[in-house]
Structures are given as structure tokens and as C-alpha cells.
Design a protein around this ligand. Structure first.
Ligand code: GTP
Length: 171
């Protein structure tokens, strides 16, 4: 395929789950930033892979900014949902956020692909992607393609598998 497609990818997840670190890993190395600071509101990043130009909206996960997410649902071609698999207590909160996303009128009836990263898989007591998937109730998502990958955003492990899947869904 010669023409590179453009895709808007929305990256959401609770604060501290690792969204900014993941986006930073996905960018070409020349564009990588060294110090990641907590996202205030949101941050837009644009980068290209062989077949896609991604415009990623890295949304802040902090509670007071979460209502911003929904304004970007309408134009999103795909969603990356990042979960801290080392934070068992807050997975419940992450599930609530996911359920709100899935019930939103701009998401509900659309076949929008959702990629989940069970991030921080390097942490000693982190949950497996299967366990995270169970706790998040992902099997209940019937009208959208979804995929979950365990990831370590610090090393980049697991990220490429996820992005490859996402690319196949968008093409
Ligand atoms: P907000 O901008 O507040 O929504 O947070 P965020 O989701 O963008 O998280 P961020 O990328 O800022 O990462 C939060 C912290 O987790 C940082 O200290 C990261 O270095 C760390 N972190 C991110 N990914 C991983 C991972 O895979 N493993 C470990 N051990 N730490 C990680």
C-alpha cells in the first residue's frame, strides 16, 4: 500500500498508568523526550509508522481532567486504553472509566478498535494480561475488536505487538 493512512488514536487510562511513557516509546527516537511530567489536560503527538500516521491524544488520567476525554471520542479511529497492572486497587476505577467510555453515545455503536495495555508488567506483583482482562470485563465487549498486551513501557516490551494489531484493525 503506497498511501499512508492517517489515524486519530486516543490514548486514555488513569493517571500514572504509563500513557505518556508508552507514547514516548512509540515515537521515533529523535523525538523522544527524556523527562515525562504528569499530563495537564492533554498532549497531542504525531508520528508515523510504515503504513499509518498516528495523531495521538495523550489524555491526562487525573480525575479532574477525565471529562475531557469524551470530547475526543467522536473523531477517534482507535483507542489505546492503558492499565497499571501493578495497581490492583485502582483497576476497579479503571473498569468504571472503561464502562463509561463504552456507554458513551460517540463510542457505543461504533466498531472502534480498542487496544489495552496491561502496563508495568515488570512489577513483581503485577497481574497477568488474562487476569487484567477478567477484572476489566473485556469479554463483555461484543461489538468492537479489542486486544490486550502485557507491556513494560520502560523497556518498550510488548508495545510493538499492540501497535501491529492496531494497524491491522485500522487499515
Ligand atoms: P498522567 O499523565 O498523570 O495521566 O500519567 P501517565 O499515564 O501518562 O503515566 P506516566 O507515563 O507519566 O508514567 C507514570 C509513572 O510510571 C512514571 O514514573 C513512569 O516512569 C512509570 N512507568 C510507566 N510505565 C511503566 C512500566 O511499564 N513499568 C514501570 N515499572 N514503571 C512504569
Amino acid at each position: 500500500r503506497l498511501k499512508r493512512q492517517e489515524a486519530n488514536v486516543l490514548c486514555v487510562g488513569l493517571d500514572n498508568s504509563g500513557k505518556s511513557t508508552i507514547i514516548n516509546q512509540l515515537k521515533p527516537s529523535s523525538a523522544q523526550t527524556q523527562d515525562i511530567v504528569p499530563t495537564i489536560g492533554f498532549c497531542v503527538e504525531k508520528f508515523s509508522t510504515s503504513s499509518l500516521t498516528f495523531t495521538v491524544f495523550d489524555m491526562s488520567g487525573q480525575g479532574r481532567y477525565r471529562s475531557l476525554w469524551e470530547h475526543y471520542y467522536r473523531d477517534a479511529h482507535a483507542i489505546i486504553f492503558v492499565i497499571d497492572s501493578g495497581d490492583k486497587v485502582r483497576i476497579v476505577v479503571a473498569k468504571e472509566e472503561l464502562d463509561m467510555l463504552l456507554h458513551h453515545s460517540d463510542v457505543k455503536h461504533r466498531r472502534i478498535p480498542i487496544l489495552f495495555f496491561a502496563n508495568k508488567s515488570d512489577l513483581q506483583d503485577s497481574l497477568s494480561s488474562v487476569k487484567v482482562s477478567q477484572m476489566m470485563g473485556l469479554d463483555n465487549i461484543k461489538n468492537k475488536p479489542w486486544h490486550i498486551c502485557a507491556s513494560n513501557a520502560l523497556t518498550g516490551e510488548g508495545l510493538q505487538e499492540g501497535v501491529d494489531w492496531l494497524q491491522d484493525q485500522i487499515r
